[in-house]
Design a protein around this ligand. Structure first.
Ligand SMILES: *[C@@H]1O[C@H](CO)[C@@H](O)[C@H](O)[C@H]1NC(C)=O
Ligand SMILES: *[C@@H]1O[C@H](CO)[C@@H](O)[C@H](O)[C@H]1NC(C)=O
Ligand SMILES: *[C@@H]1O[C@H](CO)[C@@H](O)[C@H](O)[C@H]1NC(C)=O
Length: 388
């Protein structure tokens, strides 16, 4: 009698909690997919999650009115591979909102109200390959925001309010192949911000107010390089300056950036500071040093080579002139002596000596020309403006 009551009440309790069914009453479960989207009721996220079996792998919590994800909310669901939190009103995430989800492959946070993200929010998501942050209100990102996402292949940052990308943002994302920055407020973008993502094949940059000033030339070169490697780049339409309004950066001939050339080397080093504040002695300095030496070394080498060539040419010219003078003096002196003595030996001397002199002068002239040609070739190979 007693045991029967206990067992029935336990059964009722279990079914209420949804433990026996493996699917929360408000959700739909098909195969391994647990769909708790569009619940249209005031269910709290915790009450739903508490009913889920620990081995849930595919969970949709989309289109509810969840305002926040509390710390450790998903800590009992470490089997999750796919988590969809899109179309909620999330504005606050705790640094450990997604801790324990080290198997998670896909995370969708699109269409929420996120303005900023905690620095270590994604740091435990070691298996994540796709992260969707589309349609939020993100203004800026921390340099280490995506640190540790070694497996990340796709990153969607479209339709936010990003004004700039931190220099280190993509560091360590060697597997990233697809990046969207569509519909943000980017005016400029450092080539060095993109360079760490060496596998990047698709980059979407449309819908930003690009300022196609001299500072965007490195980005233009990088885009051309990506296209050359078989990558895909959408249009990068300039909003300013006015003479380039509406033009696609990829198709603007370098001729239009002629005025940039004298400043180009300078721009490379100073443009770094634009966009986001970086204090002196910060890690940013390392990046600058990491990417600058090639250009600096080449420029220095060009100057040294040009100097050496000029020096050699000058020395040769002086030697030729001296040789000519001394020879002329000796010849004149000898001629004078001969004129006093035997005048018949005058002819052979001149006949024998003259071709020798011409020959030597020719040789010297040839050497000088060769040096000049060499110098030319050096400048063609490393013109200071292009050797960057
Ligand atoms: C979860 O575990 C239960 C048994 O505990 C099993 O019946 C179910 O198939 C598992 N679900 C998944 C998605 O592995
Ligand atoms: C995880 O499961 C344990 C044991 O069932 C429970 O006490 C705890 O409240 C759960 N944590 C969360 C965040 O649901
Ligand atoms: C574009 O960039 C140039 C050079 O950095 C700057 O002088 C100019 O004010 C910028 N224009 C806009 C509209 O941001």
């Amino acid at each position: 009698m007693n045991t029967k009551i206990v067992s029935t009440s336990l059964l009722t309790l279990f079914s209420l909690c949804g433990i026996s069914t493996n699917c929360p009453s408000v959700c739909t479960c098909i195969g391994n997919q647990t769909d708790c989207s569009d619940l249209n009721q005031l269910a709290s996220m915790d009450s739903i999650l508490n009913q889920l079996p620990y081995n849930t792998t595919f969970l949709t919590l989309s289109t509810n009115n969840f305002p926040a994800v509390e710390p450790g909310t998903f800590s009992n669901l470490s089997s999750l591979l796919h988590l969809d939190l899109s179309r909620n009103i999330l504005s606050t995430l705790h640094p450990s909102s997604f801790s324990q989800l080290n198997k998670l492959d896909f995370l969708d946070l699109s269409e929420n109200l996120l303005v900023e993200l905690p620095v270590n929010l994604f740091s435990e998501l070691r298996s994540l390959t796709e992260l969707v942050l589309r349609d939020n209100r993100l203004k800026e990102l921390n340099p280490g925001q995506f640190k540790g996402l070694m497996e990340l292949k796709r990153l969607d940052l479209s339709s936010n309010s990003l004004c700039c990308l931190p220099m280190y943002l993509l560091d360590g994302l060697q597997n990233l192949v697809w990046l969207s920055l569509v519909g943000n407020k980017l005016r400029t973008l450092q080539r060095t911000s993109l360079e760490p993502a060496t596998d990047l094949q698709h980059i979407l940059l449309e819908g930003n107010p690009w300022n196609c000033s001299c500072k965007l030339i490195p980005l233009k070169h990088w885009l051309e390089w990506t296209l050359y490697r078989g990558g895909h780049v959408d249009s990068v339409n300039c909003s300013s300056p006015t003479n380039l309004y509406g033009k696609d950066l990829r198709n603007i001939p370098m001729e239009m950036f002629r005025h940039c050339y004298p400043l180009y080397l300078e721009t490379r080093s100073s443009s770094f500071a634009e966009g986001h504040p970086v204090t002196a002695g910060s890690p940013g300095d390392c990046i600058r040093q990491r990417y600058r030496p090639v250009s600096v070394r080449r420029a220095a080498a060009t100057v040294v080579v040009a100097g050496v060539v000029c020096g050699v040419v000058c020395v040769l010219m002086v030697v030729t002139a001296t040789y000519g003078c001394i020879y002329a003096m000796l010849a004149a002196h000898e001629q004078q002596q001969l004129m006093h003595g035997n005048s018949q030996q005058q002819q052979p001397l001149i006949v024998v000596k003259e071709p020798e002199q011409d020959e030597k002068e020719d040789l010297v002239a040839t050497i000088a020309k060769e040096e000049e040609a060499l110098e030319c070739a050096e400048w063609m190979a490393f013109p200071p403006e292009v050797s960057v």
